[in-house]
Design a protein around this ligand. Structure first.
Ligand code: ZN
Length: 278
């Protein structure tokens, strides 16, 4: 098995959104804000090559939205799905499976592009696509708080094309990859747990978006059920510590992977790695 970080874009978001009830006087010591209170964020999708399968987890936001949409995302730098895949010798046509942790715009937006005739088409034409059934239902009937993150143009064509499979419950996705379902950030977020020989990697998506979100109350203000997110985090971190999981961060611009240690202040990051070092 090989696991590669695929950076679709680097962008910025409001630091207060990332840390919820934690005041800026505290969080700014962990992640430096710019003059507009924005912090650097990445969308680090994950490519897992296992036998004949090339499985991509999430796609980033893509470039098909109106200009106004990007005026709030503050994209910077030179990242990009294809460019990042090419770094490891792959093209988008090699991808056999695309698994969405959830259908918020920054996670699934680049799965569909608009072609020269103005019609939607699948970016990964040889892939089968997956998301949880509960997330599909949730995204198609959005509450007012999340409606600004669910765009039908990002996922309707997946269903129309017949290539989308809905995952009803957690369990094995393929040998060595289990999908867990975590509520709290949204409904039915899929969290991949990947076993490579004796090591276990967890792609924790928006469940713990940044390394600085590891302390229990550091829950993003966009989480729809913060108390559920906290409950899930408490039990997950205990498990991750006990089993020495490697946490792979989707949104942390500065940190790719860490493992955990127990301290008198609770469970904290231990060593920080790049995927290529493990
Ligand atoms: Zn999200």
């Amino acid at each position: 098995m090989r696991i590669y970080p695929i950076v679709s874009e680097n962008w910025k978001m409001d630091g207060g959104v990332a840390f919820g009830v934690v005041p800026k006087t505290i969080w700014q010591k962990l992640v430096e804000p710019d003059e507009n209170n924005m912090i650097k964020i990445t969308t680090r999708c994950l490519l897992v090559v296992e036998g004949d399968r090339k499985i991509l987890f999430d796609t980033g936001m893509g470039r098909k939205q109106a200009e106004k949409y990007y005026s709030f995302r503050y994209i910077f730098g030179e990242a990009g799905l294809e460019k990042s895949l090419q770094n490891y010798g792959y093209t988008k046509n090699d991808i056999t499976d695309v698994v969405f942790t959830h259908l918020h715009d920054d996670h699934c937006g680049d799965a569909i592009r608009i072609n020269a005739s103005g019609k939607p088409e699948l970016t990964f034409k040889n892939a089968t696509y997956y998301c949880s059934a509960s997330q599909w239902e949730w995204a198609n009937n959005p509450n007012k708080r999340e409606a600004g993150s669910f765009f039908k143009i990002n996922f309707q064509h997946l269903m129309d094309s017949g290539k989308l499979r809905l995952i009803e419950k957690e369990g094995l996705f393929c040998p060595n990859i289990k999908l867990r379902i975590m509520d709290g950030h949204t409904r039915g977020q899929l969290i991949p747990v990947i076993t490579d020989r004796e090591k276990t990697f967890v792609f924790i998506a928006d469940f713990i978006p940044l390394l600085a979100n590891i302390p229990i109350p550091y829950i993003a203000s966009v989480d729809i059920q913060p108390l559920d997110a906290i409950k899930g985090k408490v039990s997950f971190l205990e498990e991750a510590l006990e089993k020495n999981y490697y946490l792979i961060f989707e949104h942390d611009y500065y940190h790719e992977v860490c493992n955990l240690k127990k301290t008198e202040k609770g469970i904290q990051p231990d060593k920080i790695f790049r995927l290529s070092e493990i």
